[in-house]
Design a protein around this ligand. Sequence first.
Ligand SMILES: *Cc1c(COP(=O)(O)O)cnc(C)c1O
Length: 389
Amino acid sequence: MSQKFIPLSVPNLKGKELEYVTHAIETEWVSTGGSYVTDFEEKTAEYVKAKGAVSVQNGTSGLHLALQICGVTREDEVIVPTLTFIAAVNPVKYIGAEPIFMDCDDSLCMDADKLNEFCEAQCNFIDGKLINNTTKKHIKALVVVHVFGNMANMEKIMETALKFNLKVIEDATEALGTYYTDGPYANRFAGTIGTIGVYSYNGNKIITTGGGGMMVSNDEELLKKAKHLATQAKSDELYYTHDEIGYNYRMTNVQAAMGLAQLEQLETFIQTKADNFKLYKEMTEGIEGLSILDFEPNIRSNHWFYGLYVDDKYPIDIDKMISYLGSKKVQCRPIWGLISDQKPYEGSQTYKIEKAKNYLKHVVNIPCSSNLTVEDVQYVVECLKNPEA
Ligand SMILES: *Cc1c(COP(=O)(O)O)cnc(C)c1O
C-alpha cells in the first residue's frame, strides 16, 4: 500500500458547515449582511469572553483596522516581533508608520524583558509619550503575536505598555482558544488582554472560513469604530454620507455560516491537537537531537502548530530534514524568515535580535491538522527515527 500524503495543516470540515452554508445560499443572504455574520460575532465574543467582536475579511485587514483605531498614523512607530508571519507587520506600513523589530524569547513570542529594556534605555517618556531616541518619533503601539498558539508573556508586556502608554494589538490569529489558567490574567483568552485582538480564519488556522478574520475587544467604542471603518465609513445608510476614508473589509454571510459551524467544533479540535502533541512528545523522547517545543505552563494552549527543535546532535540539518520528510510524503516547514531581514524592511530599526536567529535555524513545524490520526503521528515519528541524508 502506498503511503498517503500527510499535510502540515489542513481544514477539517466535518461539522455543520455544509448545512449552514447551504442555508445561507438558499435564503440568498450571501453578502456582508445576514444573521450568520451577527451570530458568528456574538458566539465568538461569548467564547473568548470579550465584550464584542467585529468580523472582517481576514486577519490582515483586522490588524490594519486595529492599528488605525488605536490612533497609529504615518508619524508614528510601532514595536513588532521579527519572528512571525509578515502579515503581522505589513499593516504598519499600510498606514505609513514605521516598525521597530523586537527579538523573541523561548516561547517564540516577543521577548517581554527586551521590550521593557528597549523602552527604558532607548526611549524617553515625555508628556505621556514614548519617544524613540534614535528617530525622535512617537512609539504609539505594539503588536504582540501569540506564535503557534502559545501565549506571549502578557503579564510583563502589559506592565510595560501601561507604564509607557502603549496601545497593545494582540495578533491572536494563531491562538484562538488559548487562555491563561493562572496568574493575574487567569481565564483571559489570547486576544482579549490588550487593547484589541485579531483572529484569522485562513485555511491553515485552527478553524477556517476559507478566508476571514475577527476583531475582539472589551472596549465597545473601539469596536464601533472598527465596524464603521470596515463598512466604508458610511455614517448614513440612506443618503450615503461618509465621514472618513473607510474600507470594504466585512466578512460575508457565507463565510460566517462556515465559521459558526467551525466554532462549534473548536474545543474538539483543540482536544485532538493536544492529544497528538502529547503523543508526538512521548514518541520522540529519546531520539537524539530532537525535542518538541513546549507551550507555556500557565496556559491552556490551543496547540495550533507543533515546533520540533532540531539540534546539532541530529544527523541532518532542518533543510535536509524537510526535504527528506517531503520524500516520505510528510509535509513540514521551517519557521518564517525574520521579517527584519526581508527586502521591504531593510533599514528598519531592530533591537538585539539574537534568539530569533537561532530558532529560525533549528525549528521545523510538523503535521498538526485536527484530523491527524494516531497512525499518522506514528508514521511521522518513524520517519524521524530513521533520517536519510
Ligand atoms: C495567519 C496570520 C495572519 C494573517 O491572517 P490572514 O487571515 O491570513 O490575513 C497574521 N499574523 C499571523 C501571525 C498569522 O499567522
